[in-house]
Ligand binder design. Structure first.
Ligand SMILES: [Zn+2]
Length: 242
């Protein structure tokens, strides 16, 4: 899982991979999603057949085991890497999936949503990124509807970073505040939705959305300056479980 380990490293630390740490990529133009796989040999997986995001549909009833969330620790810093706004979390928040413990590393957002459910796109999507001791990844995705203000985002966005900025958080933001109350989920095997697009990622998409206000979604777009959703990828032979 060397590639996944590298990916975790990039997610956690590089975040500033505009050019130095891997080829520059973007959401439009010559370095846009259609060309990611060609930008660098390290991005070859972007042309793979188990890519994310997908349109979740054709569900198979698999009596999925509940995900055991043990979220407690708060967050350390917020950063804007030009591709997303990300909150890095403190060690100690974990989930258990398939009898394996994955530690929460960070959460970040996409506008509009990357995954779709029954062809429906949402105004925003949050990704809570977890890694196990071997560098395997599990992403909990939370759809965001437009409505009530989100309290966690209110605290995070109060220190909204501009592109390239990292700020130590001055208020405690628990990842629990990003989760919906109900933890029923859809599951599929996919990839990172950004280069290097590493596959073998366990995707757990919460069925119940959370909400954020229009002002909060707009504030995110203002510092992003553009949408940051990768287009839907082919599901191919993958089952989507519920
Ligand atoms: Zn993401």
């Amino acid at each position: 899982m060397k590639r996944a380990l590298i990916a975790v490293g990039m997610l956690l630390f590089s975040s500033f991979a505009f050019s130095g740490n891997g080829a520059a990529w973007d959401y439009t133009g010559d370095t846009g999603p259609d060309n990611w796989a060609k930008l660098s040999p390290e991005y070859g997986a972007c042309a793979g057949s188990n890519q994310s995001p997908i349109n979740l549909a054709g569900f198979i009833d698999a009596k999925l085991e509940p995900v055991f969330f043990k979220y407690g620790a708060g967050s350390s810093e917020i950063l804007n890497n030009g591709h997303t706004v990300q909150v890095n979390t403190l060690p100690g928040s974990t989930i258990a999936v398939d009898g394996i413990e994955f530690e929460l590393k960070q959460f970040h957002f996409h506008v509009p949503s990357e995954n779709q459910i029954h062809g429906k796109s949402y105004p925003m999507e949050g990704h809570l990124v977890h890694a196990d001791n071997d560098g395997n990844l599990a992403v909990v995705a939370v759809m965001v509807t437009e409505g009530e203000e989100n309290t966690a985002l209110a605290k995070a966005w109060a220190q909204m970073p501009e592109k390239g900025e990292v700020k130590a958080l001055t208020s405690d933001i628990s990842p629990l505040e990003i989760l919906p109350k109900e933890h029923d989920y859809y599951r599929f095997n996919g990839s990172l939705t950004t280069p290097p697009c590493s596959e073998g990622v366990r995707w757990l998409v919460m069925k119940q959305p959370i909400s954020a206000s229009k002002a909060q979604i707009d504030q995110f777009l203002q510092v992003m300056h553009h949408h940051n959703n990768r287009p839907i990828q082919s599901t191919n032979a993958r089952p989507v479980l519920e």
